[in-house]
Ligand binder design. Structure first.
Ligand code: NAD
Length: 340
């Protein structure tokens, strides 16, 4: 029997990469999203366009006992979307509704293995005030004090998945992703994250010019290349470990250092113009001790190696005048039928 997987959020950045890896693993894959992937054709065998906030749609697409379900769909974006406060109600309502619906439909279909992508944004702000020494070990999550409503929703949903595990025997696995980046991620439009935004700004700047940076640039982060994120995700779902566990890189850099690294890759001299803007916490870094202990695995690629591939892809998008690299012509069968 061919193993089957469902990827919720398969039209998004991480979801579309995940589909490619699941196909390489030999699984039959159904993707679900509000939209098809923007930059390349989906490799999913079947792709349902629809809204996971709609309970009956959820029940329709979860029409069989999938061997693996990956729930990545969420209303999300970078600092310009999450930290301004303007999108809080939508972020909380939309993402929580998706999680409630997907989990309940999986329970009714007797799906066993389900992965949920939480975020490092659920860690308490009070442990991330020192840019040189942030604390993000898994047990430091409580007393809870995320610095955004996005983080609070993630915390609620983590607990929801683990409650279904306790009460309904679902094998839920929860990861806390730390800043995932790579080609085919959002790079413009307001929902992009720091690496993509900085690659775009540097690709558009001439050598010697300045780019705008939100804050003083001394805030620290770590960034994980998407292929490693997807590898950790599949390993976690196929393990006996529930989590929550960090999936992130331990190579922490300041935003200023990130700018210098990208500028070096681009072969440009770039000045920094620090302006006011949403920044999130002062420092954040993944702590990989638990994932190493439980899975015998942790990411190993360097930030620079991932940035080289990402910059090359974003520079190509910029040169193409903000148009998607490929006008998607979808090979997957559109969503049809499916009795509940
Ligand atoms: P993304 O925005 O590219 O993908 C999310 C997808 O969910 C989008 O394609 C979107 O259309 C889809 N979606 C949203 N609402 C939907 C709905 N109502 N019905 C169906 N589909 C819907 O984001 P991503 O970067 O690929 O992130 C995937 C997951 O990982 C998200 O849950 C996110 O919160 C989490 N995460 C990502 C990062 C990161 O750095 N990218 C960090 C921490 C956590």
């Amino acid at each position: 029997m061919v193993r089957t997987a469902l990827v919720c959020g398969a039209g998004g950045f991480i979801g579309s990469h995940l589909v490619r890896h699941l196909k390489a693993d030999g699984l039959w894959v159904r993707g679900v999203d509000l939209k098809f992937p923007e930059y390349s054709e989906t490799l999913a065998d079947d792709f349902a366009i629809g809204d996971l906030r709609d309970q009956s749609f959820c029940r329709n697409i979860i029409d069989r006992r999938f061997d693996e379900v990956y729930q990545l769909a969420a209303d999300m974006g970078g600092a310009g979307y999450i930290f301004t406060g303007e999108n809080d109600a939508n972020v909380m309502h939309n993402s929580a509704t998706i999680n409630l619906n997907v989990l309940d439909a999986c329970h009714k279909r007797n799906v066993k293995k389900i992965f949920y992508s939480s975020s490092a944004c659920m860690y308490p702000a009070y442990n991330q005030e020192d840019p040189d020494n942030p604390k993000c070990s898994e047990e430091s999550a409580y007393p809870a004090a995320p610095d955004s409503e996005y983080g609070w929703e993630k915390l609620f949903s983590e607990r929801l998945y683990l409650a279904y595990r306790r009460n309904h025997g679902i094998e839920a696995h929860v990861a806390r992703y730390h800043n995932i980046f790579g080609p085919e991620g959002t790079w413009t439009g307001g929902k992009e994250k720091a690496p993509a935004a900085l690659c775009r700004k540097i690709a558009m700047a001439r050598s010697g010019e300045a780019i705008e940076i939100w804050g003083d640039g001394k805030q620290t982060r770590s960034f994980l290349y998407v292929d490693e994120c997807v590898e950790g995700t599949r390993k976690l779902l196929r393990s006996g470990f529930a989590g929550p566990v960090n999936i992130g890189s331990e190579e922490m850099v300041s935003i200023n250092q990130l700018v210098d690294m990208i500028a070096d890759i681009a072969g440009k001299k770039i000045e920094k113009n620090h302006i006011d803007g949403p920044q999130g916490v002062r420092g954040r870094n993944s702590d990989n001790r638990l994932i190493e202990e439980k899975l015998g695995w942790s990411p190993s690629a360097t930030l620079r190696a991932g940035l080289e591939k990402t910059y090359e892809w974003i520079e190509r998008q910029v040169r193409r005048n903000d148009k998607p690299a490929v006008a998607p012509t979808h090979v997957a069968k559109p969503y049809e039928k499916l009795a509940v």
